[in-house]
Design a protein around this ligand. Sequence first.
Ligand code: ZN
Length: 94
Amino acid sequence: MACEILDFHGPHAAPLLPGHLILTWYQPDRRAPRIRVVSHTCECLPTTYELCSAAGQGFVRRTDRDKQTIHETSWTLSAVARHTFEQILRGEAR
Ligand SMILES: [Zn+2]
């Protein structure tokens, strides 16, 4: 599946690689009144991943439209969250 305007839609998460890291996903925990989406994957797929920033921390949020569930990783340093997001994009973590 490909999108014509990638910049607008955001990248697709690559297929999972063998031996990928298994992330722990938690129920959303609204610890901050404002959550900013820094980057997100393409919304044409049923599962989207968003790199989020809030209260000086970062985390990745996963939205599954088919199951209608939202989960997020633990909140951590922004740089660590970005690394996790990039691992998801490369199929190295999920
Ligand atoms: Zn797409």
